[in-house]
Design a protein around this ligand. Structure first.
Ligand SMILES: [Zn+2]
Length: 411
């Protein structure tokens, strides 16, 4: 297989369109749709006018009332003309709402935009997330179209479409490659899900940043992202990873997923531009009770960042003082389910959850499953492997103070 086929995020392929191009594409689509609809309505109106006129002539002739023929069709014509005017008024309003669609809808494909399927297995639909400037998270309104014949090698296209309450339309596409082989082979020893927290600018480091293991400089992050692209890494969707854990789906050996906990300002302001520069998708685990959570979602919506749950309000100390002291130990199964559902109402997804502080009480995995989440991550160190409990997955913590060698050594 050519190297370019395993370079979903390489410089010469553009799996994700920049936001503006996407907006233009969506606008073009909306405009075309409006014009087509307008043309169709006019044809129908013209047909009705002609049909009514003919029918009236026939009826009038049959009753010997030809003297009235001029009047009745005229009335009909007026009605039809009014109808047409109404149509045009509608068209104009649709047209004007379609025009200023300047990136208000941001679509985020789950995982790599170039998806790989081992021939003979099933295509796993990873989905697409969406955020709208007015409606907020509209991921639950995204529809997917297109088919993949996973028995036949080739390239297939899946198109995702979403419209907001004002009628703006946005689309995104995924190319699915059904192949027998991938560069580097299929994975046989586990997939790394990296765990980061905060990010800082080395030219202006906050106090203690350079010795804080939870903080990584943009320079180090940039090096790591560049290395992943240089080695043609693949980024599975959470759905693909879930199928991999079940032993039903092959992933390229060079696969990994990036996660950043807590939705810090450093991540939002400094890491997202890095991810966009390298065109690498990542997941941000957000604490949904944060007062500014909606601002974070709207101001930092990105084609490369998916926001998932870090709980609604479990990211604080509890009374029991077990584990790392998180309040999850004080909560009943019902409490946990209710908390997670509250976070999902905000995020409009239940694809992944990260336990605050990595604290997992005895009842927690069952509660997360009951709440309907697909995957849940701890802070335990290790790879994700087939047969793992999807409600207690390990991650590879990336220490901010380590060099590139340490990063490439663990992958
Ligand atoms: Zn956290």
């Amino acid at each position: 297989m050519a190297a370019s086929h395993m370079r979903p995020t390489g410089p010469d392929e553009k799996p994700y369109e920049p936001r503006h191009s996407r907006a233009e594409e969506a606008r073009g689509y909306a405009e075309r749709r409006v014009k087509q609809e307008s043309r169709r309505r006019r044809h129908i109106a013209a047909f009705i006018i002609a049909a009514v006129a003919v029918a009236l002539c026939v009826v009038a002739a049959g009753h010997g009332l030809m003297k009235n023929e001029g009047k009745q069709p005229e009335e009909q014509n007026t009605t039809a003309a009014e109808e047409q005017t109404t149509d045009e008024t509608e068209d104009t309003s649709e047209y004007s709402t379609g025009l200023p669609n300047d990136g208000r809808i941001v679509m985020t494909l789950a995982g790599s935009a170039d998806t790989y399927v081992k021939r003979g297995e099933s295509y796993i639909e990873g989905g697409c997330y969406a955020h709208d400037a007015t409606d907020g998270q509209i991921t639950d309104k995204v529809t997917a179209s297109g088919t993949v014949d996973a028995q036949t090698a080739g390239d297939y296209t899946i198109t995702y479409t979403v419209s907001d309450s004002a009628g703006y339309v946005a689309t995104a596409t995924r190319t699915v490659h059904v192949v027998d082989e991938v560069d580097g082979g299929w994975d046989a020893d586990g997939i790394a899900v990296f765990m980061y927290h905060d990010v800082y600018d080395p030219a202006n480091p906050p106090e203690g940043a350079t010795t804080n293991q939870n903080m990584i400089s943009t320079t180090s992050l940039d090096e790591q992202l560049q290395w992943l692209n240089d080695h043609s890494y693949y980024y599975p969707s959470w759905a693909e990873l879930a199928a991999y854990i079940e032993g039903k789906h092959s992933l390229p050996e060079r696969s990994c997923a990036l996660t950043f906990d807590d939705g810090t300002q450093g991540f939002l302001n400094l890491a997202i531009p890095e991810l966009e520069k390298h065109k690498i998708p990542a997941t941000s685990f957000l604490i949904c009770s944060d007062a500014d959570v909606q601002d974070k979602l709207s101001q930092h919506a990105s084609p490369y960042v998916v926001f998932q749950s870090h709980s609604f309000d479990m990211h604080r100390a509890g009374y029991t003082k077990k584990g790392h002291g998180g309040r999850i130990f004080d909560m009943s199964e019902e409490d946990i389910v209710a908390d997670l559902n509250r976070s999902a109402q905000i995020l409009k997804t239940k694809d992944a959850f990260a336990y605050p502080f990595g604290d997992v009480s005895d009842i927690a995995p069952e509660a997360v499953k009951d709440a309907g989440f697909q995957l849940a991550f701890t802070t335990q160190y290790g790879l994700v492997q087939p047969g793992d409990d999807p409600m207690q997955l390990k991650r590879m913590r990336i220490f901010g103070t380590y060099g590139l060698d340490s990063f490439t050594g663990v992958i």
